[in-house]
Design a protein around this ligand. Structure first.
Ligand code: ADP
Length: 162
């Protein structure tokens, strides 16, 4: 039984993240998504809202059996608590690499029993980030190619567009 954890800010979840979820589901018998507090980022949606949006997005995509949790603290402690052997991260471009490399090696130092696994996104999502989606939506742009309908609605509400 290989269990994995996919952590992220998911502020908000995009089709890029969902693409990684679908790829990871094929590799692991159990995948859990962890919506984490990131002290480097001031989120648009609070943790409860982000978790609810991940759940709704998974539902909208017909992706089943992926529990969603929230976590604040050391990721490796969360991984150990759940008994997972892998932490999944998505890679878009070289720009993601430096930070991910640093995190993976730090996590390995903290616990060598948890392996970091990197999955390449589909080419069409390689430019996609939560920040870009927020920027486009803030100015009333169409984000339907980037996020599921439930996320678009939540963004429209947040920016007073709905
Ligand atoms: P974090 O704040 O932890 O980077 P994010 O929600 O921004 O959280 O991203 C979570 C993970 O998903 C990271 O590994 C990130 O590289 C990856 N990711 C983000 N956007 C995409 C995308 N378009 N395609 C593939 N992976 C992505």
């Amino acid at each position: 039984m290989s269990k994995a954890l996919y952590p992220g800010s998911f502020d908000p979840i995009t089709y890029g993240h969902l693409d990684v979820v679908q790829r990871a589901q094929k590799l692991f018998t159990q995948l859990t998504v962890a919506v984490v507090e990131n002290p480097r980022k001031a989120p648009l949606f609070n943790t409860t809202e982000r978790k609810a949006l991940v759940e709704k997005a998974l539902d909208e995509m017909g992706i089943a059996d992926v529990p969603v949790i929230t976590y604040s603290g050391l990721l490796i402690e969360c991984a150990k608590g759940l008994g997972v052997t892998a932490v999944v991260r998505g890679l878009r471009a070289m720009s993601d690499f430096d930070y991910e490399f640093q995190m993976a090696l730090t996590n390995r130092d903290l616990d060598s029993g948890v392996e970091s696994v990197f999955l390449m996104t589909a080419g069409r999502y390689s430019f996609l980030s939560s920040s870009i989606v927020k920027e486009v939506k803030q100015y009333g742009g169409d984000t339907s190619k980037f996020v599921p309908r439930c996320v678009e609605r939540a963004l429209e509400k947040k920016f007073g567009l709905a």
